[in-house]
Design a protein around this ligand. Structure first.
Ligand code: NAD
Length: 320
């Protein structure tokens, strides 16, 4: 099988490439990535063996890269700017890299005769949850960040392309995904701050933000499981939450990191960034996805949120 992974040099994308090569024994994986946050190092072992080809290109611009999608069995569209935090400051970044790029990928698929897509969407499409755990089907889609809006806009484009051109697509709404090679998010941020100053940690918001975390090994296994078992039989577009059963607070994450780094007393300094204690404008304070639909397909997470956090800290510190 021939796969295309956009954003395949990034954090989740590169783990996905590993699974496509090792588990699915891919004949070829084409990675299209502009390397804005990804790195060829994440996939170089596969490039060396000739199974993976890296095309450096910006998906927000039409171009030669489009030809590389022709003949692909499945496109995994994982390229995006994933930083919710920057979206209120520079909304254009998410419009270009998330919405325009998705449109260009869909056009390249249509023109290249490719009709199967797996898309990395996000829990942020729900906005403030009115139901927790939040289900896929009857919950309103009212994002509160430009990032969430960009993912929802992408989902809608995919729905319409599917209706008009007969695409089959899986939309996967991921919770917070963490693990080795992650390059952004709260764990990376806290570790970097504590390396600079081991006695003081600035925490954005009031620390009570409570969210669900899934280790990247679980996230990618769920992705492969759904792709293998559900993509072909999907009529049009199917949507799955991909997350965990439990959640942890930001302060609990800080405690785990301090413990794993073997630090003594650390003063937590809570920085008020919004009146209601969010980490930044557009931050969803409570996030726990209902994963019963995913579990009904015969898959469940191996690591809890708390265990995923601990394992990630160890991986990022080079202890695991
Ligand atoms: P990442 O930044 O590590 O990966 C994104 C990759 O896309 C990078 O390699 C980057 O260089 C590439 N990219 C960005 N803009 C591009 C463009 N215009 N053209 C070509 N390549 C481009 O982030 P990640 O955490 O691995 O996220 C992967 C996907 O999963 C993203 O779509 C993200 O929105 C989604 N997602 C991530 C999480 C999470 O917690 N990490 C949660 C929900 C959804």
């Amino acid at each position: 099988m021939r796969y295309v992974v956009t954003g395949g040099a990034g954090f989740i994308g590169s783990h996905l490439v590993d699974y496509l090569v090792y588990r699915l024994k891919a004949d070829e994986v084409v990675v299209v990535d502009n390397l804005s946050s990804g790195s060829p190092r994440n996939i170089e072992k596969h490039i060396d063996t000739g199974v993976v080809r890296l095309i450096k290109a910006d998906l927000s611009k039409r171009g030669e890269w489009e030809k590389s999608l022709k003949g692909a069995d499945i496109v995994f569209h994982y390229a995006a700017n994933p930083e919710v935090r920057i979206s209120s400051v520079e909304p254009g970044i998410h419009f270009e890299n998330n919405v325009v790029a998705t449109f260009n990928v869909l056009e390249a698929m249509r023109l290249g005769g490719v009709d199967k897509l797996v898309f990395a969407s996000s829990s942020t499409v729900y906005g403030e949850p009115s139901v927790i755990p939040t289900p896929e089907d009857y919950h309103p889609l009212k994002p509160i960040s430009i990032y969430g809006a960009s993912k929802l806009a992408s989902e809608v484009l995919i729905q319409v392309y599917s209706q008009l051109y007969g695409f089959k697509a899986l939309i996967l709404r991921y919770a917070n995904i963490i693990g080795a090679r992650s390059n952004h998010g709260v764990i990376v941020d806290f570790i970097n701050k504590l390396k600079t100053n081991p006695s003081r940690l600035e925490i954005l918001g009031d620390g009570t933000q409570r969210k669900s975390y899934l280790h990247v090994s679980d996230a990618v296994e769920a992705t492969i499981h759904l792709t293998v078992n559900k993509l072909d039989s999907t009529h049009g577009v199917d949507v799955y939450n991909v997350g965990n059963h439990d959640w942890v607070t930001v302060t609990e994450i800080a405690d785990i990191i301090v413990e794993e780094m073997g630090l003594g007393r650390v003063d937590y300094v809570f920085k008020k960034t919004t009146p209601d204690g969010r980490g930044w404008p557009g931050d969803v304070k409570l996030m726990l996805l209902d994963i019963r639909k995913l579990e009904s397909t015969g898959w469940k997470p191996r690591l809890s949120s708390r265990d995923a956090v601990r394992r990630t800290v160890r991986e990022l510190l080079g202890k695991a």
